[in-house]
Structure formats: structure tokens, C-alpha cells
Design a protein around this ligand. Structure first.
Ligand code: F6R
Length: 590
């Protein structure tokens, strides 16, 4: 949610910043900008409404070896050239990711003090405050300013005449990267892929000064500190499209590898997890959007395998409901990015009330990993498409293993066989899936309803979210049994109902829902791994037949079908599935 990048070195700052912004575009793409210090000390700024590529025609004209940039997801003030970052005041230039909650009050005071504002953003107050607080030392000015801010901020600041960048991190992610004769700072790892060998993750309250020669890090009291340096394993090749037209398709194709890697990584954390979970009497899954949907499946795994009470809740709701938490509760915070503000705050709240908290995340060293008792990795690798695909399936795989481990089930030879065969089954699904006809039906429809029971209902919710997110076709997910309690009123010949049926015990009931929709003139598609269901409904509904699958593992297989459907529908409608309108990945604001 907004991406920022800074560069200081012997290279061309504008080119480095531009490249970094392209790599951070998944965090926001409604406007972009950069500031570069020319050798003379003068700062050149370019900022424009639109995706990062709007800056490309200008970068050849910007000379300088120190610079910083921003790609925006608007929170305060509509996307426009003026609201784009950097913001400046009196020779101070600022890029900001986060929200300044007390900006209105600060702005009022600053205006009363004679400052003039030109944007509608919350971020502009920071530039004015630093200007007024600066007596020649940019770091102490930033330190003084930090004490006046309420909210979340990853900040980079430049000052005319100074060939360095001052940074500050508080509740928005920021890393620094150590190169050869050049140094970097950025919101996230992809920006630095292939750029430097080592990185450090800054902690809340940290300041840093970045120049071509060195990176100096200071804690909240401006005392110099060292933060651990780790290998920067992400390469530029890993971030490529690998021959696919979109990241969404590329990442969907990476599902089998994700599941295999997640299984392998789980062995390293299994013992620690068992220890943290010992004595657990109830589990709660927290997450937002797709991660919440993975939690719904985790809940079922724990109920089924461990026979203990389990709940799943939107992290954003949990935070504000005065939750009832007791010792003996374990909370799984599910988050791809490890940065989602609502999930982090909900996890912290649960921890403060006495719960054991476990993060299930795709990003090692992300913010969530630093505030929990244990971390279960999802080994999906970088996910660039704004819509989650492989990470969702990886989360389900991780939660499956968590539930089995907690239930104390040594994996039986039968289960082991199922698990070891799963990546191949997922690959087979990817190779054979054909949703083109259904995607055309959805693209032409007035609304798509995803229906299912049990595990299928959880996947139905995710199918619906994915479809509306990337294709903008109106869609809802419902329990198949609830159809007759209201939703049937929506069914007509312009609607498509996609019914998921993967559990033979529930199949007859879900088939009733198919018949009820057909009787009212609605179009129906059935996603099933049960040949008997396919046979019975052939000719009545569009059938997507998946490989036969154990019912507990079916969500991983049917997830591929609904993700592929969303992707194909988006492409038919000419949408950009990687950057859906109004959205961004890593939702660091509340
Ligand atoms: C949907 C999607 C979002 C995220 C949600 C949580 O495709 O990607 O719903 O799942 O914003 O993000 P994380 O998992 O990073 O906490």
C-alpha cells in the first residue's frame, strides 16, 4: 500500500528509482513520483497521476546520484499530479507510506503558523514539520517531527544540497540494502531483487541515513544500532513473467511448487509449533480477504482432525468487538504479506489478552513475524499480482499440516501417500483445466453466484472474491443450502451459478441447489471432482471436472479452478488482472 524506494550511489538515481518503483507497483498504482538531487545540490522533482510508467519519458532528463520515489494508493486526496509524492516545503522533500492520523490538527496549526499547503494529502504535513524543525541537521529534525506524528509511516526525506536520504520507520515496512558503492532503502524486497547482496529489516522507531558510502541505523533515541544483515536471495529472474502474459497466470502455475515447498518448510517449524500449541483448547483464525478465506478452511481442519472448537473471523472485525480470549486459546494470524495492519493489530490484541499467536505468512521477517510466538511459513515466493493465488493455496496446505500436527496424528501411510501425490494432482489440474466456456458465460452475465457446502462453501467465497476483484463482474458466495432462504430471488436467465461439489456425502444436497437454480431459468456450472456428479448433471450444466481428490484436500484443487475462472474472465473483459482498479497489495492502512 504505497511503495517507496531510495537510492544513493555511483549510478543513475532516476533509473534505479524508476526500476524500483516498477517492482513495487503492486503496492499502489494511481500516481507516482520521484525526487533526485543533481550534482549541484538542487533537487529535481517529477510526479504524475497514473501508473509508474508515466514517469518514463522524464527520467532521461534527471541527472543525479541520490534519489527517492513513490508509487501511490490514495488514502487522503484523489489521485492527481498534485497529490502524488514527493511533497515538499522549503527545500525538504518527503515520500511517505502510511497514514498520519492527526494530520488535520497538524495542518491547522501549520497554516496558522503561515505554512501554505498545495495538496489534499495527509503526508504534506510531514514536509512542513521537518522544514520548521530543521536547524541544519536532517536527522534531528526528523526525530523531532516523529514525536509529533500519530499513525503509521515509512518515510524517506531529502534536503536540498545534501547527498543523502534520511529514513524513519514506524508501523509501515522499510528495509535497507547494502550494495557495492551504492545503497538502497525500500518498502519491500522485490524492489531490491538482484540489486544488492545483503539487506536489513528496520524495526519500529528506527531511523537511518543512507549515502553512497554507508548506511547508518539509529534507534528511536538516535543511538546508533546494528540490525541483522541477511542474504538478499530474491533475484530479478524470479520476478519475471516467465513467458506468461500476466503475473496472475504465472503465479497460478506456481501452485504445485508452492505446496511442495510449504510441506518441506513445515518440517523445520513442526516441533516449535507443537510446543506453542500444547494445552490449546480453542483456535481462532484471523485474516483479511483471501487470507480470511484460508482461515475458514483451517477452522474446519482443526474441528475435524483435533475435535476442538475453532472459529475464523475477519481481523478487522475482531479488533473492535472486545473479543473474549482466554488462556488456552491459540490464534492463527494468516497473512500473505505479513504487513496487513488489521491482522497485525488483531494478533497483538489477542496476544495481550493471553492467547498464543501463530503467524502463517509468506514473507519471512515481515512485521507479523516479529510479534508472535511462532511462525509457520507459506513458501510461495514473491507474489506480485495484487490478487492472491498461490499464497492462498499455500496457506491452506500449511493449515492442513498445523491441524494434523496439533491433532497429534502421525501422518498415516495413507495420508502420507495423499500428501506426496498432491503436487502432482495440482499440476494435472493446471494442465487440464478448461474454463473458457464458463469464463465467457461469466463475462456476459449480470451476476455470478458461487455456491457450496462445507469446504466447498469456503472455496465458493474465495471464488467470488477473486472473480469480482479481477473482472469486476458482480458476484457473491453463498452456502448452497441458504439459496432457498433468499438468494433465489436474484436468479434469472442473466445469472450464472457456479456450484462446487467435491464431497460425495454432501453431493445430493448440493445437486438440489443446481436443480432449484435451473428451474428458475438460471445458468449453472458445476465444479466437481466426482465423476458421478458430472455424469448426472451433464447436459444441464457446464461441467468442470477436476481430478479425483480426498475431500480434505479438495479445496486446494478447486481453488485452482476458481482462480483460473477469475483470470480468464478478466482477460475476456480486457481487465488488467495484475492491477485491479482501486486496489493494492499489502494493506498497511486501517
Ligand atoms: C484478494 C487479496 C486480499 C488479501 C488481503 C489480505 O485476492 O489478495 O483479499 O488476501 O488484503 O492480505 P494479506 O494476506 O497480505 O494479509
Amino acid at each position: 500500500m504505497c511503495g517507496i524506494i531510495g537510492y544513493a550511489g555511483g549510478g543513475n538515481a532516476a533509473e534505479n528509482v524508476y526500476e524500483g518503483l516498477k517492482r513495487l507497483e503492486y503496492r499502489g498504482y494511481d500516481s507516482a513520483g520521484m525526487a533526485v538531487i543533481a550534482p549541484s545540490g538542487e533537487v529535481k522533482v517529477i510526479k504524475k497521476q497514473g501508473k509508474v510508467s508515466v514517469l518514463e519519458p522524464y527520467i532521461a532528463d534527471i541527472r543525479g546520484a541520490v534519489g527517492m520515489g513513490h508509487t501511490r494508493w490514495a488514502t487522503h486526496g484523489k489521485p492527481s499530479d498534485i497529490n502524488a509524492h514527493p511533497h515538499s516545503a522549503g527545500g525538504i522533500y518527503v515520500v511517505h507510506n502510511g497514514i498520519i492520523e492527526n494530520y488535520a490538527e497538524l495542518k491547522e496549526k501549520l497554516i496558522a503558523a503561515g505554512e501554505t499547503f498545495i495538496s489534499e494529502t495527509d503526508s504534506e504535513v510531514i514536509a512542513h514539520l521537518i522544514k520548521l524543525n530543521c536547524d541544519g541537521n536532517i536527522l534531528t529534525a526528523l526525530h523531532k517531527t516523529a514525536k509529533m506524528l500519530t499513525g503509521s509511516y515509512a518515510l524517506m526525506v531529502m534536503r536540498e544540497g545534501e547527498h543523502k536520504i534520511a529514513v524513519l520507520k514506524y508501523r509501515s515496512s522499510l528495509i535497507v540494502g547494502y550494495g557495492e558503492g551504492e545503497n538502497f532503502c525500500a518498502s519491500d524486497r522485490p524492489a531490491l531483487a538482484g540489486k544488492c547482496d545483503k539487506i536489513s529489516v528496520l524495526e519500529d522507531g528506527d531511523f537511518a541515513l543512507i549515502s553512497a558510502e554507508k548506511i547508518e541505523i539509529f534507534d528511536k533515541d538516535l543511538t546508533p544500532v546494528c540490525r541483522p544483515k541477511t542474504e538478499n536471495a530474491l533475484t530479478a529472474e524470479k520476478l519475471g513473467l516467465n513467458g506468461c502474459p500476466h503475473y496472475m497466470l504465472k503465479e497460478l502455475r506456481e501452485v504445485p511448487q508452492t505446496v511442495q515447498n510449504t510441506f518441506n518448510s513445515f518440517n523445520e517449524v513442526k516441533d516449535e509449533l507443537s510446543e506453542v500449541l500444547s494445552g490449546t483448547k480453542r483456535v481462532i483464525f484471523l485474516g483479511c480477504g483471501t487470507a480470511y478465506h484460508a482461515g475458514l478452511i483451517g477452522k474446519k481442519y482443526f474441528e475435524t482432525f483435533a475435535r476442538i472448537p475453532a472459529e475464523a473471523e475477519n481481523a478487522s472485525e475482531f479488533r473492535y468487538k472486545d473479543p473474549v480470549i482466554s488462556r488456552g486459546d491459540a490464534v492463527f494470524a494468516v497473512t500473505q504479506s505479513g504487513e496487513t495492519a488489521d491482522t497485525i493489530e488483531a494478533a497483538l490484541l489477542a496476544k495481550s489478552l493471553g492467547a498464543k499467536v501463530i503467524a502463517v505468512t509468506n514473507v519471512p521477517q515481515s512485521a507479523i513475524t516479529r510479534c508472535v510466538h511462532a511462525v509457520v511459513p507459506v513458501a510461495a515466493g514473491a507474489e506480485i499480482c495484487v490478487a492472491a493465488t498461490k499464497s492462498y493455496v499455500g496457506q491452506i496446505a500449511a493449515l492442513y499440516l498445523c491441524a494434523l500436527t496439533f491433532a497429534g496424528k502421525a501422518v498415516t501411510p495413507k495420508e502420507f501417500k495423499l500428501l506426496s501425490e498432491l503436487p502432482a494432482a495440482l499440476q494435472k489440474t493446471i494442465n487440464n483445466i478448461n474454463v473458457y466456456t464458463l469464463a465467457h458465460m461469466c463475462a456476459r452475465s449480470g451476476g455470478v453466484y458461487f455456491l457450496g457446502r462445507g469446504y466447498d462453501y469456503a472455496v465458493a467465497l474465495e471464488g467470488s472474491l477473486k472473480l469480482k476483484e479481477v473482472s469486476y463482474v458482480p458476484s457473491e458466495g453463498y452456502p448452497a443450502g441458504e439459496l432457498k432462504h433468499g438468494t433465489l430471488a436474484l436468479i434469472d436467465e442473466n445469472t450464472v451459478s457456479v456450484v462446487l461439489i467435491t464431497d460425495s456425502a454432501l453431493a445430493p444436497k448440493s445437486e438440489n441447489a443446481v436443480e432449484q437454480v435451473l428451474s428458475r431459468g438460471g445458468k449453472v456450472a458445476v465444479i466437481t471432482c466426482l465423476p458421478a456428479v458430472a455424469k448426472r448433471l451433464e447436459g444441464k450444466a457446464e461441467i468442470i471436472l477436476l481430478p479425483a481428490c480426498n475431500k480434505f484436500l479438495s479445496p486446494l484443487v478447486s481453488a485452482i479452478a476458481v482462480q483460473e475462472l477469475a483470470y480468464r474472465t478478466a482477460v475476456i473483459l480486457g481487465r488488467d488482472p495484475d492491477k485491479p482498479r482501486n486496489l493494492a497489495k499489502s494493506v498497511t492502512v486501517e
